[in-house]
Design a protein around this ligand. Structure first.
Ligand SMILES: Nc1ncnc2c1ncn2[C@@H]1O[C@H](COP(=O)(O)OP(=O)(O)OP(=O)(O)O)[C@@H](O)[C@H]1O
Ligand SMILES: [Mg+2]
Length: 237
């Protein structure tokens, strides 16, 4: 595995000033009433460059929290700041730019586009960010070799194993050199060898300076983080 290549090739963008995260009094309820499921009064600070694992029982609110940090959802009340941006007051264009350029998102189910080749899955966010031509080819090529898939660019996702798909998803998450990676159970569908490879890649990205927030049920995976945060019934444990 060539995690070092990812470290070298995917340093966070110089124009992104760190990626500290601050949630203050955040609530996100699904439904009405104080007992509705969701998150209740979350205060959480994550330093730029930290590797934090979010753990907790099923249904406790881990994905809800990650979606708020990644700008995929907005709280009912409270604020979510990532770097210099307040996601709760950001204009739609700022939020779209944040999601495209400053955060890389990795899901348990990979979320690759089945019709696109591996190369084009990785290239798509960079294309949307205005990278093209030789620069794009070089960047995607470097990332694919960094995740150990140099020869797989013309394949489609269904022709890959789960572990290989997740490595493609990580390359895609890194392609715009984000300051922050959020990963929701990224090893949840993988066997232990596939999971270890994926974890090494994410840890390598964190070592290169990216803030990493990772949700995992797996104690061994969570133990790799610098800090563990537990959520129980929508509250920090
Ligand atoms: N869109 C939704 N509509 C209604 N309820 C929801 C919705 N999304 C999540 N919930 C509920 O909110 C709570 C928290 O869900 P969340 O997906 O954040 O949990 P989780 O900790 O990620 O669980 P898991 O470990 O099973 O992935 C759960 O009770 C869930 O059923
Ligand atoms: Mg979840």
């Amino acid at each position: 595995m060539t995690a070092e290549r990812v470290v070298l090739d995917s340093k966070p963008r110089n124009d992104v000033r760190g990626c500290a995260i601050e949630l203050a009094a955040v609530t996100r309820h699904y439904g009405a009433g104080p007992e509705a499921p969701g998150l209740h009064g979350i205060d959480l600070r994550i330093r730029a460059g930290e590797f934090v694992a979010i753990t907790g029982p099923s249904g406790s609110g881990k994905t809800t929290l990650l979606n708020l940090i990644g700008g995929l959802d907005v709280p009912d009340s409270g604020s979510v700041r990532v770097g210099s941006l307040d996601l709760t007051t950001a204009r739609p264009a700022e939020l779209a730019s944040f999601r495209l350029r400053q955060v890389g998102i990795v899901f348990q189910s990979y979320a690759l586009i089945p019709e696109l080749t591996v190369f084009n899955n990785v290239a798509l966010p960079a294309l949307l960010a205005g990278v093209s031509g030789k620069q794009l080819t070089a960047r995607v090529g470097e990332l694919l070799s960094g995740v150990g898939l140099a020869g797989a660019g013309e394949r489609r996702p269904h022709q890959l194993s789960g572990g290989e798909r997740q490595r493609v998803a990580i390359a895609r998450a890194l392609v715009n050199r984000p300051a922050l990676i959020v990963a929701d159970e990224p090893t949840g569908n993988l066997d232990s060898a596939g999971g270890s490879a994926v974890l090494e890649l994410l840890a390598g990205a964190n070592k290169s300076g990216m803030t990493l927030v990772l949700v995992s049920h797996d104690r061994d995976v969570a133990a790799r983080a610098g800090r563990q945060v537990t959520i129980i019934d929508g509250r920090l444990g």
